[in-house]
Design a protein around this ligand. Structure first.
Ligand code: ADP
Ligand code: MG
Length: 568
């Protein structure tokens, strides 16, 4: 291993030279407190900044065992360190000189969620930060003085402040860890308590805006308060006993007048698959880890999905057992989205009327009279929602204000009034009793079979131009796989671009398990078994700092939306 002085000598030697000379810096260097790894140097000052890692021996970093003694704690610690590193890097790269990306020091930036990230890796031997540095240049001429200041002044400062336990705010760190562990604890307890979701009293659900996921602070913000009849208590490992609304397994409705907070509660629940940072307001809003938000998505491609539980007898005898289309309608796309989520094993479907196809959700009595069943291909969700729970144990939470017919099929009815929930279950039952809808159930005796689908490996081509594998994520909701763009706009539970990036690479990784005989569900299981054993790094060719954890559902969601996908 080279010494830090070797790096200094290289930098001095290449001062004023063309940018390519920076390539000489690639390598591993021993610094007094850590090892610096320059993995990849950018080709010019305007390209993506260079990839760098720092490894601090645990004996130097000094983190107590209990800051990473369980998976939950370890992820929270890594998240906390990434945030601290980000702040400091941002601060130290403010006064940067040179062209293009010169002088940038940056690490993956977490949002409101606490996600496993490859930006920081912790184990009993070391703490590793993975970040990027814009090697400085004026025009395309190397300015060594600036590079020296980055590697010998700024980065050592950042590392000391973000990577040494003794320099961190330990109370804040432990709070971060404990809140995360408590949220995981609640999620693990849900099943045992017969619940699919929990919303703690005092939670702040509304967000600052549609594009800002921080808590709403402006104006009157109403903290959540459970109806007495639905309140449950949970004793947490760290935060004492908390109370809140338990949403039982089965079929639950969130009703209420427009603008009274239905969608806000529902969105908090769909994001309850993730843990949130202290101060977020949703720290203890927790849902079943397999919850999937479903919406209509007209225009999407569907490849041989058995949507026959919902759709039959299409005009011109189009197959609905192996239903394919390049341009799904609102109702068929929503049906396919549900079936695909069931295929991967969801136990909770979350639906908002605002983003649903009306004719998929309901067919009322009058419409049943007007258009006979043999002329209507759609069996509406209302007729399958109970069967889905009975046959597959998959619960549903629906936010709706329009169709009272659903009162007949609900176990729980939560009414939002001025942002506060009320238990309207009994009242809803009385109304359902007194005002019969007259509709005829059309769902049959069973939900229907779920077919396991087998992807054809030949239908995945990640090549682009001269590259055999070229996968790029374009923002949060789009992956370009080879030359094909995957639109993830309707995959609402993707919340972080680093998840999207990881999903893109995981698609390619998953092809190693495709042999024309293995089902998509099994393939994805194998991918996650590898991730569990070897960490997120396994899905990519080299260790990178910008992967974040995603679920089987989001990976399947991306594969199912690849327009070239062929199911055998
Ligand atoms: P609905 O789906 O019932 O029509 P929304 O959930 O969209 O209503 O909420 C309407 C508005 O009220 C949103 O702008 C949201 O931010 C705000 N809001 C929701 N819950 C609260 C709350 N607890 N306190 C303050 N504002 C809230
Ligand atoms: Mg709404």
């Amino acid at each position: 291993m080279k010494s830090s002085e070797d790096l200094r000598r290289i930098l001095l030697r290449i001062d004023g030279k063309g940018y390519k000379a920076y390539k000489d810096c690639e390598g591993v260097y021993r610094f007094p407190d850590y090892t610096l790894m320059i993995d990849h140097v950018q080709g010019d000052p305007f390209a993506s900044p260079s990839r760098v890692r720092i490894q601090i021996p645990m004996s130097t970093a000094g983190f107590p065992d209990d800051t990473y003694s369980s998976r939950s704690r370890e992820i929270a610690l890594r998240d906390f360190l990434t945030r601290r590193f980000y702040e400091l890097a941002d601060y130290y790269s403010r006064r940067r000189k040179g062209s293009g990306k010169s002088g940038i020091i940056s690490i993956d930036r977490p949002g409101q969620e606490v996600l496993e990230r490859t930006s920081c890796v912790v184990n009993s031997s070391f703490v590793e930060f993975r970040f990027v540095v814009g090697f400085p240049a004026l025009g395309r001429r190397i300015i060594s003085r600036e590079a020296e200041s980055i590697f010998f002044e700024k980065i050592p400062e950042i590392v000391k402040k973000a990577g040494f336990y003794r320099n961190l705010d330990s109370r804040k760190l432990y709070r971060h860890i404990e809140v995360n562990e408590d949220a995981d604890f609640i999620r693990n307890m849900l099943g045992e308590m017969g619940l699919v979701g929990f919303v703690a009293d005092g939670s702040i659900l509304p967000r600052a805006s549609g594009v800002d996921q921080r808590p709403l602070k402006k104006g009157k913000v109403v903290p959540f308060e459970s109806p007495d009849t639905m309140r449950v208590k949970i004793e947490l490992p760290n935060s004492g006993t908390i109370s809140g609304m338990g949403i039982p397994a089965g079929v639950s409705l969130i009703v209420g007048g427009g603008y009274h907070g239905k969608s806000t509660l529902l969105r908090a629940l769909q994001n309850g698959i993730y843990n949130h940072i202290p101060g977020d307001g949703r720290e203890f809003v927790v849902t079943d880890a397999t919850a999937v938000k479903i919406r209509a998505e007209d225009g999407r491609r569907v490849e041989k999905v058995n949507i026959s539980p919902f759709i039959n007898n299409l005009p011109f005898e189009k197959d609905t057992v192996r239903f394919s289309t390049d341009d799904a309608s609102g109702s068929t796309s929503q049906a396919a989205n549900i079936i695909e989520a069931l295929e991967i094993g969801t136990k909770l479907i979350i639906i908002d009327e605002d983003t649903s196809a009306t004719n998929f959700m309901i067919r009322d009595h009058r419409m049943q009279e007007l258009v006979s069943k043999d002329r209507e291909p759609i069996t509406p969700f209302i007729d399958k929602v109970r069967l889905m729970y009975r046959d597959y144990g998959t619960s549903t939470i629906i936010a709706l204000g329009g169709s009272g017919d659903y009162l007949d099929v609900a176990d729980k009815v939560i009414c939002m009034i001025e942002y506060l929930p009320h238990d309207f279950t009994e009242r809803a039952k009385r109304i359902a009793e007194n005002f019969k809808t007259g509709r005829i159930a059309e769902g049959g005796e069973k939900f229907g079979e779920l077919s396991m689908r087998i992807p054809n490996p030949g239908s995945f081509d990640p090549s682009r131009g001269r590259r055999d594998v070229k996968i790029t994520s374009k923002g949060l909701k789009s992956i370009v796989f080879g030359t094909h763009t995957i639109d993830l706009g309707a995959v609402e539970q993707l919340v972080d671009v680093s998840q999207t990036r990881a999903v893109g690479d995981a698609i390619y990784y998953s092809t190693r398990y495709m042999d024309g005989k293995t089902t998509l569900a099994d393939i994805i299981r194998s991918v996650f078994a590898d991730i569990e054993k070897q960490g997120l790094d396994v899905i990519g060719p080299k260790p990178v700092g910008d992967y974040a954890y995603f679920r089987p559902f989001e990976l399947a969601g991306a594969i199912n939306r690849l327009r070239t996908l062929v199911i055998t």
